[in-house]
Design a protein around this ligand. Structure first.
Ligand code: DHB
Length: 387
């Protein structure tokens, strides 16, 4: 096969890129070693920034507007009291609660309908000749070997990216955290109309939603925690304890449908380009889940990448490829700081002194008491504008 752009990774980033390229008249081939069904049922975050929604809608993928929920704020809860951060009033903006799995389903459907070349369930991917004339080889489900010759290759192959290693002489920036998140999907009515980010003496907790009958909750845990050690009762006791406060707040309980421990780290690899290979999304950077920036960053990369590729391939502007890293990294580092900041402000650090705890409460009190501080949170959460 010959194509303009070979896209390794058929998650939301890879699919969105192939959609945007299609709309710009450029063809692509998307390959992924997972099946579409696996991606569809792997639960990820559920918050879309304002401009992520705009990008989806502009790309003709607009179910989010009917099935998603527009959220005009969040609650920050500490000392047993909730403080609302009003995105509309503070930043003239909002975000949308819409699960990443639905974003995938919508993009997959759109790309299938417009004739996209999507190849899932492949194996043994090999990318070569990225400095000259890129080739991507892989094995299909029947064991046959295939080769794609492309003008450019995009690595949108996630946090365990194989393409990443092809960027030679790259710098890797890393930060590990001594905790993880325990994530549950539960069958219960909504406990609150908006998300609640909670700092409790026992650690962080987050109340999110999915539908009228299914909710998503998280709490800070040890990275070595085994989900099977946690009965429904134990999970609910931990969550209720972290959310409890003088206002008498109680979570609506129900059966736990799914439980997982989520990894937690900050990572950036730069540059995001090597010759005719470009990286997008988790392949180049990972954020801790606090603030739900992962998918939003990947979509922002891809918006930039579609523009970059069009300049390079249609207008023959080779310098466009050279500008990609610096343009993408500006947002990446802003989001890295935002995710790190929200994380450290709300999580319990093992071995934290009494001073550290009181300082943390001081920071939260300052934030909710200051219009400027709250506006900074609102701007970062709903997303910085594209430029
Ligand atoms: C969700 C996940 C997050 O990491 C977050 O900050 C907000 C919401 C979610 O899964 O709903």
């Amino acid at each position: 096969t010959r194509t303009q752009v070979a896209i390794v990774g058929g998650g939301p980033a890879g699919l969105m890129l192939s959609r945007l390229l299609h709309l710009a008249g450029l063809d692509s081939v998307v390959i992924d070693n997972r099946s579409a069904g696996t991606i569809e049922t792997t639960h990820r975050a559920g918050i879309l920034e304002r401009d992520s929604v705009r990008l989806l809608v502009d790309a003709g993928v607009d179910r989010v507007l009917t099935d998603g929920q527009r959220h005009e704020g969040i609650a920050l809860r500490f000392g047993g009291v909730s403080h609302r951060i009003d995105f509309e009033a503070l930043a003239g903006s909002a975000c949308w609660l819409y699960p990443q799995t639905d974003v995938f389903v919508d993009l997959h459907r759109a790309r299938t309908a417009d004739g996209g070349d999507l190849r899932y369930g492949i194996s043994d991917t090999e990318v070569t000749d990225v400095l000259t004339a890129p080739r991507v080889r892989y094995t299909d489900a029947d064991g046959r070997r295939h080769e794609i010759a492309a003008r450019l290759v995009v690595g949108a192959d996630g946090s365990r990216s194989g393409c990443r290693a092809l960027v030679t002489a790259a710098t890797q920036y890393f930060r590990e955290y001594p905790f993880a998140w325990f994530g549950v999907l539960v069958q219960a009515p909504r406990s609150a109309p908006e998300l609640i980010y909670t700092r409790a003496a026992r650690g962080f907790a987050l109340v999110s939603q999915r539908t009228a009958t299914v909710q998503r909750l998280y709490f800070q845990c040890d990275p070595a925690e085994n989900p099977d050690d946690w009965s429904d009762d134990r999970i609910w006791a931990e969550l209720q304890g972290r959310l409890a406060g003088q206002d008498g707040f109680r979570l609506q309980e129900g059966p736990v449908l799914e439980r997982t421990v989520l990894p937690f780290r900050s990572f950036v690899q730069a540059p995001m380009r090597h010759g005719r290979l470009l990286l997008a999304g988790d392949a180049a950077h990972t954020v801790p889940p606090t603030g739900a920036k992962g998918l939003n960053l990947a979509l922002a990369d891809v918006r930039l990448l579609a523009e970059t590729i069009e300049q390079a391939l249609v207008r023959n502007d080779a310098t466009a490829l050279e500008r990609y890293t610096a343009r993408a990294l500006e947002r990446v580092w802003r989001a890295q700081h935002f995710s790190y900041w929200l994380t450290t402000m709300l999580h319990r650090a093992d071995g934290a002194s009494e001073f550290d705890e009181q300082r943390q409460l001081g920071e939260l009190t300052s934030l909710v008491s200051s219009r400027a501080g709250s506006a900074y949170l609102a701007e970062g959460y709903t997303g910085w504008p594209a430029r």
